[in-house]
Design a binder for this molecule. Structure first.
Ligand code: IPE
Ligand code: IPE
Ligand code: MG
Length: 235
């Protein structure tokens, strides 16, 4: 489905380091995930003011099912809680929520809660918040390839539309916790994205950390394969 495009940048965040944050405090990993929810709240609030129109948060990958069952259950429970607690606030502050990824493997009730949250926030025009749950970029590309069969002419734009429903390409990918990899996040959409890696663990991420990432981003020279500055006009 094509979605309305909001002005502003598209930032994707790989929210990593919850487990290490908890371990460093002698706490169970689930409490790190709980603290991570607070960071989501802070970043969502700060995003429109930071020039972000679309924010995609990587919450749970298809490969995360391989974690121990109690941790997976804790994460799914937190997602339910997040939807229940935040939906009113999101709707009031003009945030449209979408969830990307598979829904058929989610625990009972979660897919329905997601659908309700999406419907309740559908009018939001300040920020498009996309949460990636049971998400794999390679699966998304594969799914688009299946849909594309018989789609003529299959252009780059048409294929993009199948993958992201009209959501603009990613401008900036942020990953916390010091890891420097994509872990199957928005592979197609990040073709010309800038990358910002920070050692800060996700539960410690806040509006200042976001502002710093945006400052670094704005100092970058994006060329999209072309040239900029005086080189662009030289013969
Ligand atoms: C990110 O934190 C949240 C998910 C991947 C679900 P982690 O749980 O990966 O935390 P670390 O990387 O083990 O510290
Ligand atoms: C990536 O983090 C997925 C999410 C943040 C949801 P992981 O912690 O699962 O990634 P790897 O295993 O370090 O690559
Ligand atoms: Mg991790």
């Amino acid at each position: 489905m094509q979605s309305k495009q909001l002005p502003g940048l598209h930032v994707g965040i790989i929210m990593d380091g919850n487990g290490r944050w908890a371990s460093a405090r002698g706490m169970p990993r689930a409490l790190g995930h709980k603290a991570g929810i607070e960071a989501i709240r802070r970043v969502v609030e700060a995003s429109p003011g930071a020039g972000i129109g679309t924010l995609t948060l990587y919450a749970f990958s298809c490969d995360n099912w391989s974690r121990p069952e109690p941790e997976v259950s804790a994460l799914m429970g937190l997602m339910r809680l997040y939807l229940r607690n935040e939906i009113g606030r999101l709707a009031e502050s003009g945030v449209r929520l979408s969830v990307i990824g598979r829904r058929d493997r989610l625990p009972d009730g979660l897919a329905a809660a997601i659908a309700r949250a999406e419907a309740a926030t559908a009018q939001g025009e300040r920020l498009h918040l996309r949460i990636a749950v049971d998400y794999s970029a390679r699966e998304a590309i594969l799914q688009a390839a299946r849909w594309a069969q018989g789609c003529e002419p299959l252009t780059r734009e048409a294929f993009s539309m199948l993958i992201s429903g009209g959501t603009p390409d990613v401008d900036l990918v942020i990953r916390t916790s010091g890891e420097q990899r994509l872990s199957d996040f928005l592979l197609w959409e990040s073709a010309y994205a800038e990358f910002h890696f920070t050692d800060r663990l996700w539960p410690d991420f806040d509006s200042d950390a976001l502002a710093e990432a945006m400052t670094v981003f704005r100092a970058r020279h994006r060329r999209f394969g072309g040239l900029t500055g005086s080189a662009a006009v030289a013969a």
